[in-house]
Design a protein around this ligand. Structure first.
Ligand code: C5P
Length: 237
Protein backbone atom coordinates (compact mmCIF):
# COMPACT_ATOMS: atom_id res chain seq x y z
CA UNK A 1 0.00 0.00 0.00
CA UNK A 2 1.89 3.06 -1.18
CA UNK A 3 0.73 6.37 0.27
CA UNK A 4 2.04 9.93 0.11
CA UNK A 5 3.77 10.55 3.48
CA UNK A 6 1.69 13.66 4.09
CA UNK A 7 -1.53 11.66 3.72
CA UNK A 8 -0.34 9.36 6.49
CA UNK A 9 -0.30 11.95 9.27
CA UNK A 10 -3.66 12.47 10.97
CA UNK A 11 -3.79 15.33 13.47
CA UNK A 12 -6.25 14.75 16.33
CA UNK A 13 -8.21 18.00 16.68
CA UNK A 14 -8.76 17.51 20.40
CA UNK A 15 -9.83 21.09 21.05
CA UNK A 16 -12.90 22.44 22.88
CA UNK A 17 -14.46 24.60 20.18
CA UNK A 18 -14.86 25.08 16.45
CA UNK A 19 -13.05 28.43 16.78
CA UNK A 20 -10.03 26.64 18.29
CA UNK A 21 -10.23 23.97 15.58
CA UNK A 22 -10.37 26.57 12.82
CA UNK A 23 -7.42 28.43 14.30
CA UNK A 24 -5.32 25.24 14.43
CA UNK A 25 -6.28 24.18 10.89
CA UNK A 26 -5.34 27.69 9.74
CA UNK A 27 -1.95 27.53 11.46
CA UNK A 28 -1.19 24.10 10.03
CA UNK A 29 -2.21 25.10 6.50
CA UNK A 30 -0.93 22.76 3.79
CA UNK A 31 1.24 20.85 6.27
CA UNK A 32 -1.73 18.70 7.34
CA UNK A 33 -4.34 17.12 5.10
CA UNK A 34 -6.09 14.75 7.48
CA UNK A 35 -7.86 15.56 10.78
CA UNK A 36 -9.44 13.39 13.45
CA UNK A 37 -12.50 14.72 15.25
CA UNK A 38 -13.60 12.97 18.43
CA UNK A 39 -16.31 13.38 21.06
CA UNK A 40 -15.06 16.68 22.44
CA UNK A 41 -15.23 18.67 19.22
CA UNK A 42 -17.99 16.61 17.58
CA UNK A 43 -20.41 17.55 20.36
CA UNK A 44 -19.33 21.20 20.27
CA UNK A 45 -20.30 21.97 16.67
CA UNK A 46 -17.63 19.75 15.19
CA UNK A 47 -19.83 17.88 12.72
CA UNK A 48 -20.75 20.86 10.50
CA UNK A 49 -17.10 21.91 10.89
CA UNK A 50 -16.04 18.45 9.68
CA UNK A 51 -18.25 18.88 6.61
CA UNK A 52 -16.59 22.25 5.93
CA UNK A 53 -13.16 20.67 6.22
CA UNK A 54 -14.17 18.06 3.66
CA UNK A 55 -15.51 20.78 1.35
CA UNK A 56 -12.16 22.61 1.65
CA UNK A 57 -10.31 19.50 0.47
CA UNK A 58 -9.20 18.02 3.81
CA UNK A 59 -9.82 14.44 4.84
CA UNK A 60 -11.71 13.74 8.04
CA UNK A 61 -11.60 10.83 10.48
CA UNK A 62 -14.67 10.82 12.74
CA UNK A 63 -13.66 9.01 15.90
CA UNK A 64 -17.16 8.36 17.23
CA UNK A 65 -16.75 4.67 18.16
CA UNK A 66 -20.31 3.71 17.26
CA UNK A 67 -22.08 0.76 18.87
CA UNK A 68 -25.87 0.19 18.81
CA UNK A 69 -28.40 -2.16 17.25
CA UNK A 70 -27.55 -2.95 13.63
CA UNK A 71 -30.23 -0.84 11.97
CA UNK A 72 -29.26 2.25 13.97
CA UNK A 73 -25.56 1.77 13.21
CA UNK A 74 -26.20 1.25 9.48
CA UNK A 75 -28.34 4.41 9.21
CA UNK A 76 -25.83 6.45 11.20
CA UNK A 77 -23.00 5.25 9.00
CA UNK A 78 -25.00 6.19 5.88
CA UNK A 79 -25.23 9.76 7.20
CA UNK A 80 -21.51 9.86 7.98
CA UNK A 81 -20.77 8.57 4.47
CA UNK A 82 -22.91 11.30 2.95
CA UNK A 83 -21.00 14.02 4.75
CA UNK A 84 -17.83 12.82 3.04
CA UNK A 85 -15.76 11.52 5.98
CA UNK A 86 -12.88 9.20 5.10
CA UNK A 87 -12.62 7.13 8.32
CA UNK A 88 -15.16 6.28 11.03
CA UNK A 89 -14.56 4.15 14.12
CA UNK A 90 -16.94 1.52 15.50
CA UNK A 91 -16.54 -0.90 18.39
CA UNK A 92 -15.51 -4.34 17.14
CA UNK A 93 -18.73 -6.26 17.90
CA UNK A 94 -19.66 -8.48 14.95
CA UNK A 95 -23.21 -7.10 14.62
CA UNK A 96 -21.97 -3.53 14.77
CA UNK A 97 -19.18 -4.13 12.26
CA UNK A 98 -21.53 -5.89 9.81
CA UNK A 99 -24.02 -3.03 10.03
CA UNK A 100 -21.29 -0.43 9.52
CA UNK A 101 -19.95 -2.23 6.45
CA UNK A 102 -23.50 -2.39 5.06
CA UNK A 103 -24.11 1.32 5.82
CA UNK A 104 -21.02 2.54 3.96
CA UNK A 105 -21.75 0.63 0.74
CA UNK A 106 -21.31 2.75 -2.37
CA UNK A 107 -19.35 5.46 -0.55
CA UNK A 108 -15.66 6.20 -0.03
CA UNK A 109 -15.99 5.94 3.75
CA UNK A 110 -13.75 3.37 5.41
CA UNK A 111 -14.70 1.69 8.65
CA UNK A 112 -12.09 1.24 11.37
CA UNK A 113 -12.73 -1.15 14.24
CA UNK A 114 -11.55 -0.54 17.79
CA UNK A 115 -10.77 -4.04 19.11
CA UNK A 116 -10.37 -3.49 22.87
CA UNK A 117 -10.04 -0.03 24.37
CA UNK A 118 -6.48 0.47 25.53
CA UNK A 119 -7.67 1.65 28.94
CA UNK A 120 -8.92 -1.91 29.59
CA UNK A 121 -6.75 -4.56 31.23
CA UNK A 122 -7.60 -8.22 31.89
CA UNK A 123 -9.30 -7.34 35.20
CA UNK A 124 -11.51 -4.73 33.49
CA UNK A 125 -12.56 -7.36 30.91
CA UNK A 126 -13.37 -9.85 33.68
CA UNK A 127 -15.44 -7.19 35.46
CA UNK A 128 -17.32 -6.62 32.18
CA UNK A 129 -18.11 -10.34 31.97
CA UNK A 130 -15.50 -11.52 29.47
CA UNK A 131 -13.51 -14.69 30.03
CA UNK A 132 -10.64 -13.74 27.73
CA UNK A 133 -7.47 -11.75 28.15
CA UNK A 134 -7.11 -8.41 26.35
CA UNK A 135 -4.66 -10.04 23.96
CA UNK A 136 -7.00 -12.93 23.12
CA UNK A 137 -10.04 -10.71 22.69
CA UNK A 138 -8.15 -8.19 20.54
CA UNK A 139 -6.88 -10.98 18.27
CA UNK A 140 -10.32 -12.59 18.00
CA UNK A 141 -11.99 -9.28 17.17
CA UNK A 142 -9.30 -8.37 14.62
CA UNK A 143 -9.98 -11.68 12.83
CA UNK A 144 -13.74 -11.02 12.92
CA UNK A 145 -13.19 -7.51 11.56
CA UNK A 146 -11.16 -8.92 8.68
CA UNK A 147 -13.74 -11.61 7.90
CA UNK A 148 -16.61 -9.12 7.96
CA UNK A 149 -14.84 -6.79 5.53
CA UNK A 150 -14.01 -3.93 7.87
CA UNK A 151 -11.40 -1.67 6.26
CA UNK A 152 -9.01 -1.25 9.15
CA UNK A 153 -8.14 -1.31 12.82
CA UNK A 154 -7.13 1.28 15.37
CA UNK A 155 -4.32 -0.12 17.49
CA UNK A 156 -1.35 0.87 19.57
CA UNK A 157 1.91 0.89 17.62
CA UNK A 158 3.09 -1.99 19.82
CA UNK A 159 0.22 -4.16 18.60
CA UNK A 160 0.65 -3.23 14.94
CA UNK A 161 3.06 -5.99 13.95
CA UNK A 162 1.05 -8.85 15.53
CA UNK A 163 -2.28 -7.46 14.28
CA UNK A 164 -0.82 -7.16 10.77
CA UNK A 165 -0.37 -10.93 10.78
CA UNK A 166 -4.08 -11.34 11.46
CA UNK A 167 -5.34 -8.44 9.35
CA UNK A 168 -3.28 -9.25 6.25
CA UNK A 169 -1.87 -6.64 3.88
CA UNK A 170 -5.21 -5.20 2.79
CA UNK A 171 -6.45 -3.69 6.05
CA UNK A 172 -5.28 -0.27 7.19
CA UNK A 173 -3.70 0.02 10.62
CA UNK A 174 -4.12 3.39 12.30
CA UNK A 175 -2.00 4.04 15.38
CA UNK A 176 -2.27 6.76 18.03
CA UNK A 177 0.28 6.91 20.84
CA UNK A 178 2.91 8.55 18.63
CA UNK A 179 5.58 10.76 20.13
CA UNK A 180 8.31 12.35 18.02
CA UNK A 181 11.69 11.95 19.72
CA UNK A 182 12.09 14.51 22.51
CA UNK A 183 8.38 15.32 22.99
CA UNK A 184 6.43 15.08 26.25
CA UNK A 185 4.62 11.74 26.60
CA UNK A 186 1.55 13.07 28.48
CA UNK A 187 -0.74 10.24 29.65
CA UNK A 188 0.23 7.92 26.78
CA UNK A 189 1.98 4.89 28.21
CA UNK A 190 2.65 2.80 25.13
CA UNK A 191 4.31 5.18 22.72
CA UNK A 192 6.52 4.99 19.65
CA UNK A 193 8.25 7.47 17.40
CA UNK A 194 6.78 7.97 13.92
CA UNK A 195 9.65 5.98 12.39
CA UNK A 196 9.18 2.96 14.67
CA UNK A 197 5.41 2.96 14.10
CA UNK A 198 5.86 2.94 10.32
CA UNK A 199 8.40 0.12 10.65
CA UNK A 200 5.87 -1.81 12.76
CA UNK A 201 3.43 -1.65 9.84
CA UNK A 202 1.19 1.33 10.65
CA UNK A 203 -0.38 2.93 7.60
CA UNK A 204 -1.61 6.10 9.34
CA UNK A 205 -0.35 7.85 12.47
CA UNK A 206 -2.66 9.85 14.75
CA UNK A 207 -0.88 12.66 16.58
CA UNK A 208 -2.57 15.11 18.94
CA UNK A 209 -0.78 16.98 21.68
CA UNK A 210 2.75 16.93 20.22
CA UNK A 211 1.34 19.05 17.36
CA UNK A 212 -1.45 20.95 19.16
CA UNK A 213 0.71 22.03 22.07
CA UNK A 214 3.83 22.85 20.09
CA UNK A 215 5.04 26.41 19.83
CA UNK A 216 5.39 25.81 16.09
CA UNK A 217 2.72 23.20 15.21
CA UNK A 218 3.43 23.40 11.49
CA UNK A 219 7.14 22.72 12.00
CA UNK A 220 6.35 19.67 14.16
CA UNK A 221 3.89 18.36 11.56
CA UNK A 222 6.46 18.86 8.79
CA UNK A 223 9.09 17.03 10.83
CA UNK A 224 6.74 14.06 11.40
CA UNK A 225 5.93 13.89 7.68
CA UNK A 226 9.65 13.97 6.85
CA UNK A 227 10.26 11.12 9.31
CA UNK A 228 7.40 9.09 7.80
CA UNK A 229 8.71 9.71 4.30
CA UNK A 230 12.27 8.74 5.13
CA UNK A 231 11.25 5.57 6.96
CA UNK A 232 8.75 4.52 4.33
CA UNK A 233 11.34 5.02 1.60
CA UNK A 234 13.96 2.95 3.40
CA UNK A 235 11.37 0.23 4.02
CA UNK A 236 9.88 0.36 0.56
CA UNK A 237 6.37 0.83 2.03
O1 C5P B 1 -2.57 13.84 22.15
P1 C5P B 1 -2.28 12.45 21.68
O2 C5P B 1 -1.26 12.38 20.57
O3 C5P B 1 -2.00 11.50 22.80
O4 C5P B 1 -3.67 12.05 21.01
C1 C5P B 1 -3.96 10.81 20.61
C2 C5P B 1 -5.35 10.72 20.02
O5 C5P B 1 -5.60 9.37 19.76
C3 C5P B 1 -6.46 11.18 20.96
O6 C5P B 1 -7.48 11.77 20.17
C4 C5P B 1 -6.94 9.92 21.61
O7 C5P B 1 -8.29 9.90 21.93
C5 C5P B 1 -6.67 8.90 20.54
N1 C5P B 1 -6.44 7.56 21.07
C6 C5P B 1 -5.40 7.24 21.93
N2 C5P B 1 -5.22 5.98 22.36
C7 C5P B 1 -6.03 5.05 21.98
C8 C5P B 1 -7.07 5.32 21.12
C9 C5P B 1 -7.24 6.60 20.66
O8 C5P B 1 -4.62 8.08 22.30
N3 C5P B 1 -5.80 3.86 22.41
Amino acid sequence: MSLDARERLIVALDVPSVAAGEAMVGRLGDAVRFYKIGYQLAFAGGLPFAARLVASGKRVFLDLKLHDIGNTVAKGVESVAQMGATFLTVHAYPQTMKAAVEGKQGSKLRILAVTVLTSYDDADLAAAGYEMSVKELAAARAAQARDIGVDGLVCSPEEAASLRDIAGPGMVLVTPGIRPAGSVTGDQKRIMTPARAIEAGANYLVVGRPVLEAREPKAVADAIVAEIEQTAKSQGV
